[in-house]
Design a protein around this ligand. Structure first.
Ligand SMILES: Cc1cc2nc3c(=O)[nH]c(=O)nc-3n(C[C@H](O)[C@H](O)[C@H](O)COP(=O)(O)OP(=O)(O)OC[C@H]3O[C@@H](n4cnc5c(N)ncnc54)[C@H](O)[C@@H]3O)c2cc1C
Length: 455
């Protein structure tokens, strides 16, 4: 069906959707662009732990779309998409409105998968949005407060036990961060920090199995052990109750009393993606949609899809923000090419390496899988890499500037052996990240200098 409406609709405003919209705006795309997203704020998922711990603010990792898209010309519709009719080229939202499109971008990501575990959806806390981070923060504070007041040792033990389900990168990052954080919070309430328990339950006997970060397993194990995180491996969660989690291990059923259960154990296809009339042979085993190297659906070439809801057979990529972010640029390029009657180009995704948070101000960065950098320098590289990706130049600039002042300049360059540390970091990572950040700091200083001369 040909459609007279020359408008591009993007569904989902995560890494793929938001960045496609921003790239289109930067490239002065001539057609109107509508971004439909159910949330009012963009959650920068890799830095949500920092938001939980108070290391970063909401304005940095959970910004309102209205602010991020200000001046971009993109029409933002905050609503949930109910149905997508590919043959009719129509998207319907909960409020009842329908949007026709000439091009559609499917950027709906994935959803938390609970694998049918009883009570998991009701009682375990997921971490996908800024709101989830706030809910975790609130729950943990409530538990610690109650624990500091109760005289009942059993109740106190339960309140002070946190079970993280899932030994992938998110579970490890969460467990390490909480193991650092909770003792600080609890001792501020006058509690005995030795009573805090953080446990990591994993279905398999090995952490990070089948993940792009598998090679970081020894570093992750060391970080978990150093922080006293208790590992329960080979344990399949069977039920989550308001104050406990049940699991089977070696054929035996066991129950762990824990007032806080955090669920990082799985993802599932977005129901809207599942419902599309795309045959099984054009999907993978997770239900993701197969796209061409130019990121178009095989059966509907006017529709682009990328990020966690799509895959290419030619160059399959892991479900990562850095992948979605680069694919967004490719989709924007191809949409513009289509509008101008130019040739489309295949998306080229280059993984920059893998990065994992291993507690407060500690991370491991595996740069191009050649250099493994741990500790605080790893933390700087991880934050630097993600700050480079924060949306909109103004926002990015402000946050990077603040972080550079705090971290690079005050802690490293001004410290006694700071110059040595910074130089070592530059050597180790081939200069890429740290040099870029220091260069930006210099630019900022020059620009401030310029302004003070003018005023
Ligand atoms: C806790 C956590 C930590 C992570 N850490 C890292 C990391 O360190 N490094 C890394 O590279 N990747 C990381 N990831 C993975 C990364 O965030 C994803 O790969 C990336 O977000 C995928 O982008 P996307 O655009 O496909 O989906 P998303 O970013 O998930 O965006 C999908 C959007 O669609 C919206 N949506 C869904 N359904 C509807 C609907 N019906 N109507 C309207 N809107 C809808 C959602 O609200 C969401 O905004 C992490 C993920 C999580 C959950």
């Amino acid at each position: 069906m040909t459609n007279p409406v020359y408008q591009t609709v993007i569904v989902g405003g995560g890494f793929t959707g938001l960045f496609t919209a921003l790239y289109l705006s930067h490239e002065h795309y001539a057609r109107s662009v509508i971004l439909i997203e159910r949330e009012s704020r963009f959650s920068f998922k890799p830095l949500l732990y920092e938001y939980c711990t108070g290391e970063m603010d909401a304005e940095e990792v959970w910004s309102p779309y209205e602010e991020l898209l200000k001046g971009s010309g993109v029409i933002f519709v905050q609503d949930a998409v109910d149905a997508i009719d590919l043959p009719k080229r129509e998207v319907r939202v909960t409020s009842g409105t329908s949007y026709n499109y000439s091009n559609l971008v499917l950027a709906l990501g994935s959803v938390t998968g609970y694998s049918g575990v009883e009570g998991a959806k009701e009682y375990a806390l997921p971490l996908r949005t800024g709101e989830d981070a706030l809910a975790i923060d609130k729950k943990l504070h409530q538990c610690l407060q109650q624990a500091s007041k109760t005289q009942d040792p059993e109740q106190r033990r339960r309140l002070l036990t946190v079970a993280v389900i899932g030994g992938g990168p998110s579970g490890i990052e969460m467990a390490c961060t909480l193991a650092n954080l909770l003792p600080n919070w609890y001792s501020a309430l006058g509690g005995n920090l030795q009573e805090i328990r953080v446990l990591l339950l994993n279905h398999g006997k090995e952490l990070l199995k089948g993940d792009v970060n598998t090679h970081l397993r020894p570093v992750a194990l060391e970080a978990l052990q150093k922080r006293g995180v208790e590992l329960i491996l080979g344990a399949a969660a069977t039920a989550v109750r308001p104050d406990s989690v049940e699991y089977t291990r070696d054929g035996k059923s066991e129950t762990l009393s824990a007032s806080t259960v955090i669920w990082t154990a799985g993802t599932a296809a977005n129901p809207l993606i599942k419902d599309l009339p795309i045959p099984q042979e054009h999907r993978d085993k997770h239900g993701r949609l197969q796209v061409t190297p130019t990121l178009q659906l095989l059966d509907f070439p006017e529709v682009f899809a990328a990020g966690d809801c799509a895959f290419t057979k030619e160059n399959p990529q892991p479900p990562l923000a850095q992948v979605a972010y680069q694919q967004a640029a490719a989709i924007a390029f191809n949409l513009r090419a289509l509008a101008l009657g130019h040739d489309l180009k295949p998306a080229h995704v280059h993984l920059r390496g893998t990065l994992m948070k291993l507690g407060i101000e500690e991370s491991v960065a595996s740069i191009f899988d050649r250099y493994e950098i741990k500790g605080e320098i790893g933390h700087l590289i991880r934050q630097g890499t993600y700050l480079e990706m924060l949306p909109t130049p103004i926002h990015d600039f402000n946050v990077t500037k603040e972080w550079l002042n705090d971290e690079i300049i005050h802690r490293y360059i001004n410290s006694d052996d700071g110059t040595k540390t910074a130089v070592r970091a530059i050597e180790v990572v081939g200069g890429v990240v740290v040099t870029a950040l220091v260069a930006r700091k210099l630019l900022q200083m020059v620009s401030n200098d310029d302004k003070s001369h003018k005023s």
